[in-house]
Design a protein around this ligand. Sequence first.
Ligand code: HEM
Length: 127
Amino acid sequence: MDHYALIKSVHIACAAISLSGFVLRGVWMLTGSALLTHRLTRLLPHLVDSGLLLSALWLVITSEQYPSGRDWLTVKLVAVVLYILVGTVALKRGRTARVRSLAFMIAVGVFGYIVAVALTRQPWPLT
Ligand code: HEM
């Protein structure tokens, strides 16, 4: 495996772990589990999301997809920020269970959109 493929695997693995961890924390949020505020639960997502963004940056620099892929890369970056922000509403900042559940579903939807953008390299994958 060449080094580009390796970084891409790390990137995809971090994305998968990020989503799995988010869904798990979402379940803990809905069931009111104390695990949601455990030290590790608060630390690990930062490590995984840093890995996701660092590998993304590495891919952008070495793939020579910039600036030709500027549109879908920009969309991915904006969508990832949205995923993280809406995610914090879902897990922490949402005042009621209803708001948190809604934010949770939107965040998972945004993640699905990012995967579609990644696979098609199109800013609007469904058009
Ligand atoms: C939740 C966030 C993300 C997910 C789920 C995700 C998912 C993926 C997937 C599945 C691929 C492989 C695509 C393929 O080989 O067909 C990929 C590649 C890539 N991603 Fe991401 N990504 C995310 C965030 C980002 C961000 C924020 C950036 C940078 C703005 C980025 C830049 C790239 C680049 C440059 C590639 C390589 C594309 C290529 O080799 O053709 N990703 N991503």
